[in-house]
Structures are given as structure tokens and as C-alpha cells.
Design a protein around this ligand. Structure first.
Ligand code: NAD
Length: 350
């Protein structure tokens, strides 16, 4: 694999400079802070290319990936596009010998993950996924407390979920064929958190989906009416050590959740509420449970690109390998197919 003498030798291009969260700038700034060089932007929306030019005067800009690959010397290409484009665009870049980072989710299906990993091996390039939330303060503390210090004993159940009650937004995230489904946005983050704590192989996944409620209420000409995500979807994951994850994302959530993710163990429970902090409940001397709460430590998402730069300059191992990024995708893919089949499906990858 091509390695670089120093991080600044790594020229970075992005595909997708969208306006929803201004992620293109976040990525290029992350790369710059890690010592790499923002170099090129590819966007099909000319107005967003204008924004990129004003953010980075002199940066190369392209209206198509074909042109970018033909004309640009970008070494590392970051994919910040709707989910269904991650695989086909990343595959083109890998075939052109470029290193690739996709935004989360890595890709949509296990088959796409397998093909992209095989291509990366064949062309000897790096493929990784921007799991910046791997370094969120709340999960780093939870891993330290639960995995290293074993404060809640043996973890046997993880409950994770987000969402509220209401019509899904009028954007591509609401399209099943573009997004992959309701579980693919925040669900992939929650699974990536949970997999850091449950250190066992996935055995099987059951998926459940409630569909059609919000689609029926959309106006006739609404773009996502006939291609709408589930109103609510659930993935229940069985692990070899007996533990389970129960992940649910909803647009029909009429009862507020007190936490986004909670870990239950033989010696207590550890809950994470993003805005309020962590809660640890453990048995006291009598029958009562003793509760401790605290604020989350600061997040260190910048370590993602620091690790990529260190990997490409031969100083460190890659943390978010494509095989790691495939794990939540495999679970989501199985959940999706299981919901359609109405039965649990065995995992191909633990
Ligand atoms: N890690 C995080 O915390 C985080 C936060 C927000 C979004 N995301 C992810 O970032 C990705 C993009 O989401 P977004 O909110 O920025 O969406 P967005 O709609 O704001 O931006 C997507 C951009 O891709 C462009 N695009 C589409 N097809 C293209 C093509 N063929 N070539 C070049 N550009 C093309 C669109 O014109 C658009 O500007 C998704 O994978 C999303 O899940 C991650």
C-alpha cells in the first residue's frame, strides 16, 4: 500500500459538499488539523461548489467524479453523499487507486461491503468509514467503565434507540431506496457504540418494521410517498456469549426515552443520555439501588483523521477498518431482510 512520508503529502478530495450539516467543511477541517492537505471538491450542485471555493480559495473543483478521477491528484477521497451512492462512488475511486473514507453508514448492504473490501485488497488501498462518534465522550467513558473496570459486571443486554412522534422530514433521508431505511442514520452510530462494549460474535438478527403510516399521510406528489422509510424499525441482535442488543429508531415514538443507550449487567446498569449525562445504578447494601450521575467527558472525534493520517504515514494501525465498519452494516442488512422474511436470520460475519 502506498504510504506517505508526512501527513501534508496526503492530498484530500471530498465528494459531496452538501448544505444540510456542512459536512464537507467539517471533513476538510478535520483532515487539515490532522496535517493532511485539503485539495479538491466534487459536487453536482454548482451552488455548493461556490461555497467550497469560498471556504477554500484555490481548491480544485469538479462537477463529476469522472472528471475528478481523470484530472485530480487527490490521494484520499472522502464520500459525503446520500447512502446509496457510498458503494458505487467508492468502488470507482478504489479502482482508480485512491484511498477512500466513506461517511457512515459504510455502505448499505453486506454484499456491497464485501465487494468494496475485496476491491480495496486487490488495489491495495485504504478503505475506512468516518465513525467519528467512536470517540464520543459518552461512549469512551462507558467503554472504560464497563469493559475495562467492569463496573456493571457481565453485560447481557443493550437497549438503544432514538426518535420521536411525527412525519419524517422532506429530504433524501426519508427515502428507503436512498437511505437504506430508518435504522441507517443514527442506528449505525448506536450499533457502533454497542459493539465497542459487547465483545462477542453476532449469531443472528431479528428485524421488525412498522410501515405505511406516515407514507399514507403524505400528499400525493410527495417525493418519498411510494419509497418511504419504515415508521419504526427494530433490530434485535443475538451474540454468541448470550448478550443481546435491542435497537429501535422511530417516527411513532409517543413515549419519550430517558436515554439513547443503556447497558444492563449482572452488577448494575449504565445509561447514557446525550444531553443530561450518564447514570450508573448499582445494588447498595440493602435492597435499594444506589444511583450516581455525572457529565460526559469531552468528545475526541478529531482522533479519527489523526488515526487515518498516522496509518497512511506508517505510524499506527487503522482503528476503523473496513471489517469493523462492516459489522453494523451486516446487522442492519440482516434486520432489514429479517423484517421482510418474518424470521431471524443467521449472521455470516460475527
Ligand atoms: N458522522 C456524522 O456525524 C454525520 C453527520 C451528518 C451527515 N453524515 C453523513 O454524511 C453523508 C451526507 O449527508 P449530508 O447531511 O451531508 O447530506 P446533504 O444532502 O447535505 O449532502 C449530500 C451532497 O452530495 C451531493 N451529491 C449527490 N450525488 C453526488 C455525486 N454523484 N457526486 C457529487 N456530489 C453528489 C449532493 O448534491 C449534496 O450536496 C451521509 O452519509 C450522512 O449519513 C454524517
Amino acid at each position: 500500500m502506498r504510504r506517505y512520508k508526512k501527513a501534508s503529502d496526503i492530498k484530500v478530495g471530498v465528494i459531496g459538499y452538501g448544505g444540510a450539516f456542512n459536512m464537507g467543511k467539517q471533513h476538510l477541517e478535520g483532515c487539515r488539523k490532522a496535517g493532511m492537505s485539503p485539495f479538491a471538491v466534487c459536487e453536482i450542485d454548482p451552488s455548493r461548489l461556490e461555497v467550497a471555493r469560498s471556504d477554500y480559495p484555490g481548491i480544485e473543483t469538479y462537477g463529476s467524479l469522472k472528471d475528478m478521477l481523470a484530472q485530480s491528484e487527490a490521494d484520499l477521497i472522502i464520500h459525503i453523499t446520500p447512502h446509496n451512492l457510498h458503494y458505487p462512488l467508492a468502488a470507482q475511486c478504489v479502482k482508480a487507486g485512491r484511498h477512500v473514507v466513506t461517511e457512515k453508514p459504510f455502505v448499505v448492504t453486506t454484499a456491497e461491503a464485501d465487494k468494496l473490501i475485496a476491491l480495496a485488497n486487490k488495489h491495495d488501498v485504504m478503505v475506512s468509514t468516518y465513525h467519528n462518534r467512536h470517540w464520543d465522550g459518552w461512549i469512551m467513558r462507558a467503554v472504560d467503565q464497563i469493559v475495562n473496570k467492569k463496573v456493571i459486571g457481565e453485560v447481557f443486554r443493550v437497549e438503544a434507540g432514538m426518535g420521536g412522534y411525527g412525519m419524517p422530514g422532506d429530504w433524501w433521508r426519508t427515502s428507503k431506496s436512498i437511505s437504506g431505511g430508518i435504522l441507517y442514520d443514527w442506528g449505525v452510530h448506536l450499533l457502533e457504540y454497542a459493539l465497542q462494549v459487547v465483545r462477542s460474535e453476532v449469531v443472528e438478527v431479528s428485524g421488525f418494521a412498522k410501515t405505511g403510516y406516515w407514507a399514507a399521510k403524505m400528499p400525493k406528489n410527495a417525493p418519498w410517498k411510494n419509497d418511504c422509510n419504515e415508521d419504526e424499525a427494530t433490530a434485535i441482535v443475538r451474540f454468541k456469549n448470550g448478550a443481546m442488543i435491542n435497537l429501535s429508531i422511530t417516527h411513532l415514538g409517543s413515549a419519550p426515552r430517558p436515554y439513547q443507550i443503556a447497558f444492563y449487567g449482572t452488577g448494575g446498569a449504565y445509561e447514557i443520555n446525550y444531553s443530561q449525562g450518564w447514570t450508573l445504578r448499582k445494588p447498595g447494601r440493602g435492597k435499594e439501588l444506589v444511583e450516581k450521575t455525572g457529565k460526559h467527558p469531552a468528545s475526541k472525534g478529531h482522533l479519527y483523521y489523526q488515526n487515518v493520517a498516522d496509518y497512511l504515514t506508517g505510524k499506527d494501525q487503522l482503528v476503523i477498518t473496513p471489517e469493523w465498519a462492516r459489522r453494523p452494516i451486516h446487522i442492519l442488512d440482516l434486520a432489514n431482510r429479517s423484517a421482510q422474511a418474518g424470521k431471524a436470520l443467521k449472521a455470516k460475519y460475527g
